[in-house]
Design a protein around this ligand. Structure first.
Ligand SMILES: Cc1cc2nc3c(=O)[nH]c(=O)nc-3n(C[C@H](O)[C@H](O)[C@H](O)COP(=O)(O)O)c2cc1C
Length: 196
């Protein structure tokens, strides 16, 4: 089934590593036939939040916000590539997501975490779970985790070594779980419009 999936990544670092996992995830969903959009918060380049998208009178939001709002509303589900800074979330991605609220509602989200170490960003993934729930997404229980990312994925996002094998092995179940919820939410939205 062809789902419209948006993949988000938010490191602003010059030597960022999480882009490897972003490539892996984008390619993985495309190979399954999904229509995948990639949102790189650094490229979008939003300033630190002042007004949320909805706080702008209709038609007056900056172009980047207007475009993103349309992309988010149009998606069937979201995948968040989450790195870990000091046991917490990366500010660039959090800043981007905070600009929106209702635009996220009634769709599932999945978390793919990573870090330089063996914990693979698990603490940031835990933090994101609550944040995404608060923003009206249903977070699926399956996750994938890459760590140490440098020994798991090549610069092109191809699996390497034992870590890469484990990630490749975990991906289909993760994608199946997420895809099932994407379909379920889509069917329910078609059957009955969301209550608010
Ligand atoms: C400010 C900062 C804080 C970090 N804190 C953690 C941490 O708490 N746990 C962890 O496993 N790795 C930590 N790391 C290492 C990151 O996992 C690693 O640098 C990773 O590649 C960061 O993602 P990015 O390269 O996509 O920016 C930290 C790195 C930075 C730059």
């Amino acid at each position: 089934m062809n789902h419209r999936i948006l993949v988000f990544y938010g490191s602003y670092r010059s030597d960022r590593m999480g882009i490897r996992l972003a490539h892996f995830v984008v390619e993985g969903f495309r190979a399954r036939g999904d229509d995948v959009g990639f949102i790189d918060a650094k490229t979008v380049g939003l300033p630190i939040i002042d007004r949320m998208y909805k706080e702008y009178p209709k038609g007056t939001a900056p172009e980047a916000l207007e475009t993103l709002a349309g992309q988010i509303r149009n998606a069937d589900g979201f995948v968040f590539i989450t790195g870990e800074y000091n046991w917490g979330v990366q500010p660039g991605l959090k800043n981007l997501t905070d600009h929106f609220l209702e635009e996220w509602f009634w769709r599932p989200a999945a978390i793919a975490s990573y870090s330089a170490g063996r914990f693979s960003g698990a603490r940031a993934a835990t933090a994101w779970h609550g944040t995404l729930s608060e923003m009206g997404m249903v977070v699926v229980s399956s996750t994938i985790a890459a760590g140490p990312i440098a020994h798991t994925l090549s610069a092109e996002g191809k699996p390497v070594g034992d870590g890469g094998k484990a990630l490749e092995h975990a991906f289909p179940r993760f994608a199946d779980d997420f895809g099932w919820w994407v379909e379920a939410a889509k069917a329910q939205r078609a059957k009955r419009p969301p209550p608010y």
